[in-house]
Design a protein around this ligand. Structure first.
Ligand SMILES: NC(=O)c1ccc[n+]([C@@H]2O[C@H](COP(=O)([O-])OP(=O)(O)OC[C@H]3O[C@@H](n4cnc5c(N)ncnc54)[C@H](OP(=O)(O)O)[C@@H]3O)[C@@H](O)[C@H]2O)c1
Length: 349
């Protein structure tokens, strides 16, 4: 993989290609679009529902190679329309909030499971070369509806990976908490401080894998250009206790802010798994990242048996944030200060 910020090595495989980014107006999707446009694609197509976000993104990017399609991934006809002439698909469209899923499970089933299946099947039917679906650590030993629906999306990816005569390579990436993505904890806390409200922490002892968008982009581009059918790619990531993350934000922005513990929200785990115990034996270690081999390879019966070539040194219990050495508050502050958004917020104060 390339170092974050140095993606030129992916250019030969992106040059001249047409790439569809579902959820391209979101935090991840728009960062992927920005990066793809530096790699000489023929076209980048954004597919999402809200015209206002598309309008604002079109103005911000002002690039003739970028086009927009309004549609819902739940609607196969709309997905088919966007898929015409596409070489690669990056599927980021999703309902991603844990708590939303607990109240409206079937809405997440419709978008994250059925919508993702629409994208994968449409890509195979249109002879698309490569598809990457974006997943989350919450899909690994899931306890929340959002994680369960993302786990089903991953399984559909695996089940279809060997269909279509191998013309379409379908694989996945899985991430922990992406710092400063839309609706995530750091911008939420900064907004509360701006409004003079207390800072809320769910459970200070909870631990979370943390990563930046540039680090995530690197793995996405790797999967998009070199991923293998049915594999899931996972970047190794530092871990912080939620209490330390909130304290670090307070120390940077408002050291005297009141911190209030409110308790775990529905569907939240104390620790996350990027690789579950069941997956650990199929995982391979590639240095900066892991891959998990699919548990089925088509319907050929002998291929049901995994022959144990994984051999990554992962604890039998899985790759868990609960086993990691935690970042200190100073290390978390340094990580936060590496984000341009945090530096801009501090400069504006
Ligand atoms: N942020 C994180 O920390 C994190 C960590 C791990 C994995 N992920 C995964 O990364 C993906 C993107 O996350 P994000 O942070 O970029 O989310 P985001 O900022 O909320 O963006 C979601 C995108 O999906 C689109 N969308 C939602 N429902 C749709 C539908 N039914 N049809 C078409 N488009 C739809 C949204 O646009 P419209 O509303 O206009 O349709 C938006 O463009 C998700 O799959 C999420 O699970 C995120």
């Amino acid at each position: 993989m390339a170092r974050p910020g140095s993606y030129a090595r992916y250019a030969p495989k992106v040059k001249g290609k047409t790439i569809l980014v579902t959820g391209g107006t979101g935090s991840f999707g728009s960062a992927v679009v920005a990066q793809l446009l530096t790699l000489s694609p023929k076209r980048v197509i954004v597919f999402s529902r809200d015209e206002q976000k598309q309008f604002e993104m079109g103005n911000r990017f002002d690039d003739a190679r970028l086009s927009f399609v309004i549609g819902d991934v739940r609607d196969r006809g709309a997905v088919d329309h966007a898929m015409e002439g596409v070489d690669y698909v990056f599927h980021a469209a999703a309902l991603k909030q844990v708590v939303t899923g607990e109240f409206f499970p079937m809405e997440l089933v419709k978008t994250n499971v059925l919508g993702s299946a629409n994208v994968i099947h449409s890509a195979i039917d249109h002879g698309v070369a490569r598809v990457v679906v974006l997943s989350t650590d919450k899909a690994s030993s899931p306890v929340c509806v959002m994680g369960m629906t993302k786990a089903l999306m991953e399984r559909e990816m695996i089940a279809t990976a060997h269909r279509g005569g191998g013309k379409t390579v379908v694989c996945a990436t899985r991430f922990g908490n992406v710092l400063y993505s839309r609706g995530s904890v750091v911008p939420y806390l900064i907004d509360r401080m701006r409004e003079g409200k207390s800072l809320t922490v769910t459970d200070p002892a909870m631990t979370r894998f943390l990563m930046t968008i540039p680090e995530s982009l690197d793995l996405i581009l790797f999967a998009l250009t070199s991923g293998k059918p049915g594999e899931i790619y996972i970047r190794k990531a530092p871990v912080a206790a939620v209490g330390d993350l909130v304290a670090a934000v307070a120390e940077l922005f408002s050291p005297r802010a009141l911190v209030e513990t409110i308790g775990a929200r529905p569907g939240e785990k104390t620790h996350e798994f990027l690789i579950s115990a069941a997956e650990a034996r199929r995982a391979r270690d590639h240095g900066a990242y892991y891959s998990i081999a699919p548990q089925i390879r088509g319907q050929a019966f002998p291929a049901y048996y995994f022959k144990g070539t994984g051999a990554a040194k992962i604890p039998a219990g899985g790759y868990s944030s609960g086993d990691a050495t935690l970042l200190s508050r100073e290390e978390i502050k340094a990580l936060l200060l590496s984000l341009p958004e945090v530096r801009a917020e501090l400069a504006a104060r």
